[in-house]
Design a protein. Structure first.
Length: 120
């Protein structure tokens, strides 16, 4: 058994690992990589990236995803470009990303998200 497993089995708090030290909240990662996220959105045929959800409200944790609202460009933005954009931004930020468009938001909270969302 590893030292970490023995420590956990004994009910003790395991020592912090390098991975634990470098795990960031999505808001912190976004702060460091805003420009790269903007470029990823443009490269993938969309515009006007905005943040909403827990990152916007300051409720995010290291386990949170980041919600990004984008405006599709008519005739250019496709499902493939949205998937590519999500994957690229996940690589940049090292966090899970949820990409939404105004019309993909549930109508129950669409107006609130559109009103509150802030530019990346």
């Amino acid at each position: 058994m590893s030292d970490r497993c023995l420590t956990e089995a004994a009910g003790l708090v395991p020592p912090t690992t390098a991975v634990d030290l470098f795990q960031m909240k999505p808001s912190d990662s976004l702060h460091l990589h805003r420009e790269a996220v903007r470029h990823a959105v443009e490269r993938n045929q969309a515009c006007n990236p905005r943040i909403f959800g827990s990152v916007l409200h300051g409720d995010d944790t290291a386990d949170s995803d980041i919600d990004i609202l984008i405006d599709p460009i008519p005739g250019k933005t496709s499902l493939v470009s949205l998937v590519r954009m999500r994957r690229e931004i996940e690589q940049i930020l090292s966090v899970r990303v949820d990409i939404q468009t105004p019309l993909s938001l549930h109508e129950k909270f669409r107006a609130v998200v559109l009103r509150e969302a802030l530019p990346v």
